[in-house]
Design a protein around this ligand. Sequence first.
Ligand code: DQA
Length: 205
Amino acid sequence: MPPCWTLSREIVLMYPACEHIDMLRILVVHGPNLNLLGAREQSIYGTLSLEALDSAITKLAKELAVEVNQRQSNSEGELVTWIQEARTKYDGIIINPAAYTHTSVAIRDAIAAVGLPTVEVHLSNIHQREEFRHRSYIAGVALGQIAGLGPTGYLLALRGLHDHLTTSRRQEKRPTSVPSRRRTKGASPLRSRLKDRVQSEGSIE
Ligand code: DQA
């Protein structure tokens, strides 16, 4: 792939082959038992398979010009590792932690540690179900939570996260004197991720 050039910390020279660098990247994480969607407790979770759900997410992502990557695991440790790895590779996370929502301090800590805007999604309305499902360890570190809207919840999460990230990027790019004073205190997360990507995909500084 031809290199993308950074002339300075602030200026990245873009040309069509490098457009992917500026594309928003969102990781979609499905927790335990969601591989059984479509077969599992249909009266609660519906009849759509995980594969069909992921296709609907991919379709919307194309419309929004967002790159998405979907993963499912039944293992808490694997979910934590994926969240950690997302720090330098993605701009945001959509997660249905499934049963780990109600138990996992480790997943909550991973989300807090990476600091990526994260939307928590549940197919069912966890607040209307058994009491043990009312508590989410994730909600406190999430940008927002969507529950009870079935597969549509993931599509709303994607739109919401896209809006949030686009607005943040626009604000970062705006050349105003007041925010720039704030920016000098440390590199912004979006800017440093962009820089990481430029460096890992071949750049000349
Ligand atoms: C779920 C709700 C959780 O309580 C449950 O353990 C799941 C799925 C949902 O999408 O509604 O596995 O996250």
